[in-house]
Design a protein around this ligand. Structure first.
Ligand SMILES: [Zn+2]
Length: 308
């Protein structure tokens, strides 16, 4: 079973069309779920793709352009109608709190669940979320309104005990804990086995990063260093580079440059302008710079897997 994965609910740009819904992604890590952006119709696509989202209690909104958050009130209303009791945490630009608050106040809705709002302006690199296995942080992007990207990354893991050692020496649970914390082991016949000889290096932490919407911003590279999976917007092709700069969006080539500089495992490009007739051109331009690029596909689930 894949324990770290991304399902794309929409990767279109500001004006929706038949083949492209506005931005939204559901990130699942073991028993946790994070919704990243919530464009119009997000909940309908969760139904369409038969996505269970009972574990969803964190929503991350990158910026306040409608194609990234117009679906949120609808989703929250549905949770209310279904009598949800558990907390929802929303991480978003500060102004969204008033906007949502006014909506429910004017419609006389007292939500059935606690809604905790966290302004992204207050974090400045601090973790938005953290537990024993995973952390989530935001980082500033370069857009026409304040916008943030998100990094969801596993924490450093412990060393792994060698299976043959376990079979041969059958250590007690307490001894296993000590070994995982770096202790050596003394066998029944008094032989000292050094920790390094009975354990393996931990698997490198896996990570996913979301970068939409943004102009080319090399400053983000250090934050998303060696992510296994990167979503980066690519609104325009090379011939529209000036427009991209003007509107604070990226070209496919620029997205690929970021992926290459970050040493990413795989790049997904999306958020294509409606003026693009052939997304194959964007893919070609990106692949020339960064081979492991794919066109982001709505309804598709992508594992956040170790980089080969
Ligand atoms: Zn935008």
């Amino acid at each position: 079973m894949i324990d770290f994965k991304l399902t794309v609910l929409g990767c279109g740009s500001a004006v929706p069309n038949q083949n492209a819904n506005p931005s939204s992604q559901l990130l699942t890590y073991r028993n946790k779920q994070f919704l990243i952006d919530c464009g119009e119709g997000t909940q309908m696509r969760m139904i369409k793709y038969k996505l269970r989202h009972r574990k969803l209690d964190h929503v991350l909104i990158s910026h306040l352009h409608g194609d990234h958050f117009f679906g949120l009130v609808g989703l929250l209303s549905t949770y209310h109608l279904s009598g949800r009791q558990s907390v929802i945490n929303i991480f978003a630009p500060r102004k969204l709190e008033a906007l949502i608050g006014h909506h429910f106040q004017l419609t006389g809705t007292i939500l059935s669940f606690p809604l905790l709002f966290h302004a992204l302006e207050d974090y400045k690199g601090a973790f938005l979320y953290e537990d024993d296995e995973l952390f989530v942080r935001s980082f500033p992007l370069k857009h026409s309104t304040p916008a943030w990207g998100f990094l969801l990354k596993e924490k450093e893991k412990k060393r792994r005990i060698d299976k043959a050692f376990i079979t041969a020496h059958k250590p007690e649970v307490e001894e296993i804990k000590r070994i995982l914390n770096g202790a050596d082991f003394i066998s029944n016949d008094g032989i000292l086995l050094k920790n390094k000889t009975i354990t393996h290096d931990p698997l490198p932490p896996r990570a996913y990063a979301y970068c939409s919407d943004t102009a080319y911003a090399p400053s983000i590279v250090k934050v998303i260093d060696r992510v296994n999976l990167l979503y980066h917007e690519a609104t325009f092709d090379n011939s529209m580079q000036d427009k991209a700069q003007q509107r604070k969006h990226s070209t496919a080539k620029q997205a690929a440059m970021i992926a290459k500089q970050a040493g990413a495992g795989k790049l997904l490009i999306g958020h294509f302008s409606n003026s693009i007739n052939d997304v194959g051109v964007l893919l070609k331009e990106a692949v020339e710079v960064f081979e492991h690029t794919e066109i982001c596909r709505e309804g598709e689930t992508y594992p956040v897997a170790p980089t080969n």
